[in-house]
Design a protein around this ligand. Structure first.
Ligand code: SF4
Length: 215
């Protein structure tokens, strides 16, 4: 086992990524599979699904929603995009771009697609054993906390839960998509600031993201 300071077996995680990269379980998604790199960290981001650009770039949150997300974290949590990408593990409810919806926006992953992709999440959580999980957007929040629940009920609060058999703290964020106005209007604006303050104050964030070393 090649575990680092956070205890993540990176060889096992890389082997999992190689299997995940070849996944073709969902016939209706556009793909390709997108995920962050294998990292020795205990802070775990759960997004919804890649958009149409992330597949070609090969990174989650690589387009406009990502710019907004990283600007929030830089302004409130003491870490810019490069640092965040080095220190946070990025997963998602679905790893493949689902395609466009009939109305023209991005299609959210279906229940079946989320259920299939959850089998990958279960394996990732088992290897990473996150202390802090950050679900982003209503679909990811529902995966971790159950629901759907109104964003105003869950954003701005820290939740201690057992997720996929593992006990962790959960600090949800709204989706930074340009199509969403929730985080730009009250009470969303204030609740987002509360959530970012909770992240910045969390011991795992301070130790793993801002600090230079783990204790
Ligand atoms: S969305 Fe997940 S389960 Fe479906 S094909 Fe992509 S990686 Fe596989």
């Amino acid at each position: 086992m090649s575990a680092g300071a956070a205890g993540v077996d990176l060889a096992a995680l890389k082997a999992l990524h190689r299997r995940l990269d070849g996944c073709t379980a969902c016939p209706k998604v556009v793909g390709p599979v997108v995920h962050g790199p294998a990292l020795d960290t205990d802070v775990f981001v759960l997004g919804q699904a890649p958009g149409p650009r992330e597949g070609a770039i090969g990174r989650p949150f690589a387009w406009t929603a990502g710019k907004t997300l990283f600007s929030w974290l830089e302004a409130h949590c003491g870490a810019g995009e490069a640092r965040v990408r080095e220190r946070l593990y990025f997963a998602a409810v679905a790893r493949c771009f689902p395609g466009k919806a009939k109305g023209g926006g991005d299609r959210p992953p279906s229940k079946d697609e989320a259920a299939r992709c959850r089998t990958w999440l279960e394996q990732e959580v088992e290897l990473i054993r996150p202390a802090l999980v950050i679900p982003i957007g209503a679909l990811a929040i529902a995966q971790v906390l159950g629901g759907p629940r109104p964003l105003a009920e869950v954003v701005g609060t820290s939740h201690r839960v057992k997720w996929l058999g593992h006990r962790c703290d959960v600090v949800p964020l709204p989706h930074p998509s340009g199509a969403s106005t929730w985080h730009r209007m009250e009470p969303g604006k204030t609740l987002l600031e509360k959530a970012l303050a909770l992240l910045a104050a969390h011991p795992a964030w301070k130790r793993s993201v801002v600090g230079d070393k783990r204790d």
